[in-house]
Design a protein around this ligand. Structure first.
Ligand code: GLY
Length: 322
């Protein structure tokens, strides 16, 4: 019997991506093809300022992209980090998976690899994103904004409306196979060379074809230390529902951080189980701004293409449930 296919993506802009991925799945396409097609749609949308073309740049004004893709049936993965000049990094990540004996390529050599595989070298800044960077730059007092202060690290990067809207994607196809993806321009105005959670297998995304798939969005510097996507899949393997598994992984993340820093965290997860059940959770409702609600999208054979909200693991519920 065919499995009820479904794709789940992060954020409001994920709805268009989910609809695109669902078209692939409805045509009998594989989960990994759906993930790539859906990711590309968002990467190429100049209106989405946190992914691909039009993404906000690093402190030097350079757009550095991170992306990864993982295939359930083969448990293979490919990823790129700090990639410049290529509009569709999730497709480069897939080529890394298919055409190298490795899993991850970074920086100039990731670009060199992409160019060898026929990707075009293009300007990723739009007039809008360039203007936003110029405004930010004009408000910085340090001479070398690329490396910020030289003093000791204090606290977390401040949450601003410019950060953390990575698209994470998980899919189950009609053949019963799973895949996941992540693609992002990362934190706006980041220190050049900074890599977030998105291209890190186990943190930004994870798939076990016998259990399920998960992907994340949010404060990557913190999320990667808690390996949240792996935790989510492992929790589904212990019998938790996708939503319960996302909540458990986020609770772990929060438990490792001082409660007073909870307001600085934006972290969210999406998941799909092998049987087609889907779920999600977030640490907060307004991620970087009160009007920027955590939303996630899904579309599938038995799931209408809709936006969902929540559930939220508020600091209070997290603390009281520990
Ligand atoms: N989650 C994306 C990032 O922090 O780069």
């Amino acid at each position: 019997m065919a499995t009820p296919y479904v794709i789940v993506t992060t954020w409001r802009f994920g709805l268009a991506a989910s609809i695109r991925g669902n078209e692939v799945l409805a045509g009998g396409g594989s989960a990994i093809d759906a993930i790539e097609a859906a990711g590309n749609l968002t990467e190429l949308d100049p209106e989405v300022n946190s992914v691909g073309y039009g993404g906000l740049p690093n402190a030097d004004g350079v757009v550095e992209l991170d992306a990864a893709i993982m295939d359930g049936p083969t448990h293979a993965a490919g990823s790129v980090a700090g990639l410049t000049g290529i509009k569709t990094p999730i497709s480069v990540a897939r080529k890394v998976m298919l055409y190298t004996p490795h899993t991850m390529l970074v920086g100039d050599n990731a670009k060199r690899f992409a160019l060898q595989h026929g990707f075009a070298d293009e300007r990723l800044l739009t007039d809008v994103s360039n203007e936003r960077w110029l405004e930010w730059r004009a408000n910085q007092s340090a001479a070398d904004v690329a490396h910020f202060d030289t003093g000791p690290r204090e606290g977390l990067t401040e949450l601003t409306p410019d950060n953390h809207d990575t698209i994470g994607l998980v899919a189950l196809d009609s053949h019963g196979n799973l895949a996941a993806g992540c693609t992002t321009s990362g934190m706006a105005w980041k220190v050049p060379g900074r890599v977030g959670d998105s291209p890190i297998i186990g943190s930004g995304l994870y798939v076990d074809n016998e259990i399920g798939a998960a992907a994340g969005t949010g404060h990557g510097d913190e999320m990667m230390k808690a390996v949240v996507s792996f935790r989510t899949v492992e929790a589904m393997g212990r019998g938790l529902t996708p939503t319960e598994a996302c909540v458990e992984a986020l609770r772990y993340l929060m438990r490792k951080r001082p409660p007073e820093s909870f307001n600085n965290y934006g972290a969210a997860l999406i998941a799909v189980r092998k049987d087609g059940d889907i779920g999600a959770a977030s640490t907060r409702s307004g991620f970087a701004a009160p009007d920027r609600l955590w939303q996630w999208a899904a579309a599938g054979e038995q799931v209408p293409a809709i936006l969902n909200e929540g559930p939220y693991c508020t600091p209070t519920s997290l603390i009281s449930s520990l």
